[in-house]
Design a protein around this ligand. Structure first.
Ligand SMILES: Cc1ncc(COP(=O)(O)O)c(C=O)c1O
Length: 395
């Protein structure tokens, strides 16, 4: 996708032209905007939340830490602008990094934006996969000359960007490769060998390796690119998934102090990251060993239950199984079902899922994405409703 900033200069004060391209989704019938629709879904307390890869399996440890911070009215003060050093150290310990620096941000999203803004220019191109987390490409597209989406929805490449595909798609203007490991939406993960090879490519060609490890803790095995290319890697860290803290918006980027220094220079959130979220994140990291295995195993078992149901239905399949994340795609193309029809059907049965277009421009018509770090009783509702939905919508 080529960047086109020139049109914004044609606007005027009263009718400014949009400076950046952004996909505007058509709101469902009866709604003026997608936000209004989403707000209704959000407010429905009976809705089963399988549409956002969020985690609904936590006890009270993180919630209590945030509640006591709120009760003590700590939020009346601004936090230290670069975050609590205890939290930054806990993130480094979690990653096992010794000589790195951390920048805390409002979710991994802000980290992704800062990396693109601070490190890319119009002469650069960025390589990432389709399917993938398209917001990353949208951010890159605001600052780089081109984002090269590599189609990976096929068995040959294992439904992920491979080192070979990267070599084929990069050139002398490639400045960054985006790895999402495990991959949203498919759940594909990387082997240690693959990560080493990506690291070698990054070192040889002197390019950034953006390693988005938002879902790392759901994987059976996970390897960090920074262990092999520490000077090229930007590790993107989120508290939204395994920590179950999506709504309080906290995350980080971890890299060398030279790179973090450049990112700090681009920061918007100059008065620091939400203090209540930081208290929750500290409690989450300190207690991780107490809850991590349980959450992982419930999540893994949930995907087995879904697999059993999907395997019984003609025309639908799981492109990646097992998924290394808390989400996966269900391919509906063999049953002739549009993912949008499927998500609308399920929504009426109070199950919120996401159609493929949220995570793919090229293959969005093929699959529905579901996430399953939710209680097993709710998975059972999905397992009952999904086969009925396929039979009702099959063409
Ligand atoms: C790959 C990936 N990176 C980043 C994010 C955003 O994370 P955060 O909620 O920390 O901003 C998501 C959210 O779904 C994601 O899938």
């Amino acid at each position: 996708m080529k960047n086109n900033l020139s049109s914004y200069e044609e606007g005027n004060i009263k009718h400014p032209k949009k400076k950046f391209e952004k996909v505007v989704r058509v709101p469902p019938e009866g709604y003026e905007s997608s936000n209004d629709f989403f707000e209704d879904v959000f407010m429905d307390k009976d809705m089963i939340w399988m549409g956002q890869n969020t985690n609904h399996l936590h006890g009270d440890i993180i919630a209590d830490a945030m509640a006591s911070c709120a009760k003590a009215k700590e939020y009346c003060k601004y936090p230290p602008p670069e975050g609590f050093s205890e939290l930054k150290q806990l993130i480094l310990d979690d990653l096992g990094f010794k000589n790195s620096d951390v920048l805390l941000t409002a979710g991994a999203t802000e980290s992704l934006y800062l990396c693109m803004q601070a490190l890319l220019g119009p002469q650069d191109n960025v390589v990432m996969s389709d399917p993938g987390y398209l917001i990353i490409g949208n951010f890159a597209n605001r600052f780089a000359g081109e984002v090269r989406y590599v189609p990976v929805y096929n068995e040959e490449c294992g439904y992920k960007l491979t080192p070979e595909l990267l070599r084929e798609n990069m050139d002398e203007n490639t400045k960054m490769v985006v790895l999402i490991d495990p991959l949203n939406p498919l759940g594909s993960g990387y082997t240690e060998e693959e990560i080493k090879e990506f690291a070698e490519i990054a070192i040889e060609n002197d390019i950034y390796l953006l390693d988005d490890v938002t879902y790392k803790d759901f994987a059976r095995n996970h390897y960090l690119a920074a262990d092999y290319a520490p000077e090229q890697t930007l590790t993107i860290y989120s508290f939204s998934k395994i920590f179950g803290m999506a709504g309080v918006r906290i995350g980080a980027v971890v890299s060398t102090s030279d790179i973090i220094d450049v990112l700090k220079n681009a920061v918007v959130n100059d008065l620091g990251v939400n203090i209540i979220a930081q208290y929750g994140a500290i409690a989450g990291l300190k207690s991780k060993s107490e809850w991590e295995d349980k959450i992982k195993s419930i999540t893994f078992n949930n995907q087995k239950l879904i697999k059993e149901v999907v395997d019984e239905i003609d025309g639908v399949f799981l492109p990646v199984y097992p998924s290394e994340a808390n989400m996966m795609a269900i391919d509906l193309s063999g049953a002739g079902i549009s993912p949008k029809d499927m998500s609308n059907y399920l929504l009426k049965r109070k199950i919120f899922t996401r159609e493929g277009e949220y995570t793919s421009n090229l293959f969005g018509d093929n699959y529905l994405r579901i996430s399953y770090s939710i209680p097993e009783e709710q998975i059972k509702v999905f397992c009952e409703e999904f086969p009925k939905a396929v039979e009702a919508l099959r063409k």
